[in-house]
Structures are given as C-alpha cells and as structure tokens.
Ligand binder design. Sequence first.
Ligand SMILES: [Zn+2]
Length: 301
Amino acid sequence: MDIDRVELADCGSPEKIIAEIMRQVPEMQIPVPIEELAVAVGITDIHRLETASFEGGLVTQPERASGVILVNSRATAQRQRFTIGHELGHYLIIAHQPASTGQFTCSKADMAIREADRDNRARRMEMEANRFSAGILMPLARFKPDMRNLGTPALEHVFTLAMRYNMSKEATALQYVLHQDAVCAVIISKDGVVRRIYKPNRFPFIDVRVGTSLPTPSLSARLAGDQQSDWDDVHAGVWLAIAREVRHHSLQEQAYRLHDGWIMTLLIYADQDEEEDSDGQISDAYDVWENPRFPSRSRRR
Ligand SMILES: [Zn+2]
C-alpha cells in the first residue's frame, strides 16, 4: 500500500484524512488491513504488550517523522484493530499532541469517548481518534452500500457487517445507527441493566439512563431465557420521553441475546405523522398505554 503523507498533512479533521486515504487507495481491501496501512504512513512497529494499565499507546515526535504503536495484547483481535486505528488517528492528526510525557497513553475509557466539550482538549483528541478509527476501519464509501444492500435495519445485519469488517459487534452497531437511512438506536444491557446507548442526534431523547434497569414493558426486558431474538412494536413511550398528546410515533424493537446476560437492542423510530394517514390505529396504541404490554400490531418474521 502506498500513501503520500504530504497530502495527508493538509487534512485537519479525521474525516478529511480518511477521505484522502480512500482517494489514494480506492480499492481498499475489506477488512481494512490496518497494520499495513499503519506501516504505509510511517509506523515502524506495533508492539503487543500484556498489560492492564492501558489499551493503547503511541510513541512519536511532534513532527511525526515516525511512530511506534503499543497495543494491549489481552484485548480481542477486533478491539486490537480498533486500538491501532485509534493510535493511528493521534498520529495522523498533527494537532494532537500528548500532555507532558511525550507519549500518548490511552485507556479503555478513552476508546469509548464519543462526545466532548469544545474546551476539553484532551477529551476532544480522544473523541477524534475514535472517529478516525471507526471511519477508517469501516469507511463509509464501502460501509454504506454494504449496509443498504442488506435491507431494512436488523441486528443480524450489524453482525454480518461486523464479520465482514472484522470489527466488534458494538463498534459496528454504532457505525450502523449513525449512518442508517432509517432512524435507529442501539442499547447494550447486561443482566437487565442498561450499559451503553448509541444513537444519532436525530433519534429522539431516550428516557432511560445508563446504570438503570431496562424499562419493564420493553421487549428486551421480557426476552425469555431460551429465546435468542425477537421483534415487537412497542409504544414509543416505553423508551422515549414523548408527550402523551403526541401520539404519532412508532417504535420497533428488536432484542438479541449475545452471551453471558448481554443483550443488544435495536430501536427503529418512525414519526408516523409523515408516514401514515390517521386511520384510528395510532390512537388505539395511545389508549392501551395504560397497559403497556399491549399485543403487537404487526410482528416481523
Ligand atoms: Zn487516545
């Protein structure tokens, strides 16, 4: 792989760097050969260390003549790929400069940062490195057509894409909901407790907090022990903070049992004011909100 770094130096944002790499390597192999890509931009070594103290690191110079990436070897292969992408982000975004040690050291928590205030520079750097990693490992020029070819949203499609891009199910789920044509969100829970929520800004506010129980009327909370996956139409108020007078919202929920009590939930939102004529069905849904475990209107097979 040949990459002209002079062209990359002018790109300020993660997205511009990714676009330039994809311009230079239009036939990018999928899964993206991230280690080969790292070598092509001047990374001389990728060290795998058994450590509990960090997830990834980068040793480099302010002018980025070369770099060495450190990776926690205890992590899964997919997480290691994400970590290499993250450190590569720090390396290629020249504005990223480490605090005082002259070296980037990134924790597992840093790898999960998706939002940052404008004035929190350290956090912004981590957020940008994560955006770079997801964006280079699942480049939208390839990911979006693949996603569309799979059809209407479903968690099985997230898992198919995770396999194809050699990424974790969670990292893939985030990219999936951010770039789906439909308005979707993913919720990760373990033993009935919400752990993480992934949604684009256009998805309405989810009225469930991390660390609290799944809402009891939700399909995810009801998924039987031996059942792997199910679909249901739930009242939007189960998950969303919607005014009771706003009735024309529909929410489809898919719950999928992963392993060891982990459940991935997909929510697909539609504002039916735009999609359906009022034929009485919606107000039925509103009326039965008093008993939220109303039977589904239409079940997906
Ligand atoms: Zn970092």
